[in-house]
Design a protein around this ligand. Structure first.
Ligand SMILES: [Mg+2]
Length: 134
């Protein structure tokens, strides 16, 4: 499983990678621009990510805008809604409006930070991925 972790907090990012690396091939992006570049590069190489963790609060391009861009790029390539990358938003605030906006932009789940291992694997398995890390 190919995973892109988008998180501007270095410690949070390292922690998620540590949880996931036994199960997943992980790439890291530290801001929204890097995330969009990495996602697009993976599509062009025909090695798309299976799963995206997307921090909402990031400078410049926030997670919701990254999500909208990702869904637009998929649509432009004829990748249907059921075939697209699974996206789990990560957010420090349990903010109903932000979470609603994320679902409207077609995220697949969300985790309120700090990210715990059990919750991480619960969300991944909810999306139908098989892991050995839970
Ligand atoms: Mg952040």
């Amino acid at each position: 499983m190919r995973v892109l972790i988008v998180e501007d907090d270095f410690i949070g990012s390292r922690l998620m990678k540590k949880f996931l690396e036994a199960d997943c091939f992980c790439h890291l992006a530290f801001d929204g621009r890097e995330a969009i570049e990495a996602f697009e590069a993976a599509l062009k190489e025909e090695k798309p990510y299976d799963l995206l963790f997307l921090d909402i609060m990031m400078p410049e391009v926030n997670g919701i805008d990254v999500l909208k861009t990702v869904r637009r790029m998929e649509a432009e390539r004829g990748i249907g809604p059921d075939k697209g990358v699974k996206v789990i938003m990560t957010t420090a605030m349990n903010d109903a409006d932000v979470i609603m906006e994320s679902f409207n932009a077609r995220c697949d789940g969300y985790i309120v930070k700090p990210v715990r291992r059990e919750k991480l694997f619960e969300e991944i398995e909810n999306l139908g991925f098989i892991t050995k890390g839970g």
